[in-house]
Design a protein around this ligand. Sequence first.
Ligand code: PLP
Length: 367
Amino acid sequence: MEKKMNIPLVKVYMDDEIKKAVLEVLDSGWYILHEKVREFERKFAEFCGVKNAVCVSSGTAAIFLSLLALDIKQGDEVIIPSFSFISTATSIIEVGAKPVFVDVEPKTYTVDPEEIREAVTKRTKAIMPVHLYGHPANMDEILEIAEENDIYVIEDACQAHGAEYKGRRIGGIGHVACFSFYPSKNMTVCGDGGAVVTNDEEIADIVRKLRDHGRRDKYVFELKGYNLRFNEIQAAIGIKQLEKLPGWNEARRNIARMYNQALEDLVITPVEEPWAKHVYHLYVIRTEKRDELREYLSRQGVSTLVHYPVPIHKQLAITNIFGAQPALKNTEKLAGEVLSIPMYPALTKHEVKYVSDKITEFSKSSK
Ligand SMILES: Cc1ncc(COP(=O)(O)O)c(C=O)c1O
């Protein structure tokens, strides 16, 4: 009988070089917003193909500060897909504005531009597409709607480091893009961390001030700011991880190809649009028997997770403030069917085969 394996959903990469870089920072005596942060910001901006990257304390902080920098406030509306992580919405509420939830496309699970078009009102100040699971949203149509209505596009790129839209790296397509370096992401700073990237010098400058108490000079404060800074240890780790990111993304794409081949007749496998380069932050399958499959895989030592079981527009955190929200057909169906299976660059062929075999076994036995 085949030996039972234990396969996690994600695995964070660590090596001696990263540990050495951290120790060097500890010995340097410089800990916050110093040379390493500047180096990482420069390298991350270059990687994204944009002029500026401003590192902050999390992806949520990146979204929050972007909204503030664009002067989005009480009375304003921001259109977002409900099929995302909660902070896509709560950051909007934090600046006093209202998140307006729209549905996603059934193929890519990213925001449906037609839905955005219908949701635009006089109060709409921004659209926030989410490049969900590592697949870019349909940006040309979104940019067109934004231009027609003179509104901003803030990309929630928290799951899309290195993804491409029509051959361009995610980051510089909208007015601002927000990244997260949380441990499960395609690259991490081994803790919380995030970045606002933009070609707009003015926005970058405001975010730079806002993250650091509104500071212009040591004790000169120009804006009512926050302490949402990035530190030197995070930056030192980020620099090392960024060097490996392109290779890791290719490894993720190879694993996705193996999964696709093994699973496409059994479940709905992820789609990569011809104009997209998917970086498989998550490899998400779909089946009506999701909960039973999850249970079965758990018994076989395969970790899985559901991203996301309750769409944002149905979360109490939202309905307690804004009341019940209109139904979103695709989003609600997806929430009952999606399942994220193990995906990380170090996943071996043998492990991919094991996971695929277990899904095959389940599918045959549950016919
Ligand atoms: C789509 C999306 N938006 C926002 C965030 C928030 O990022 P963070 O956890 O770094 O605050 C995340 C990550 O968890 C995310 O996946």
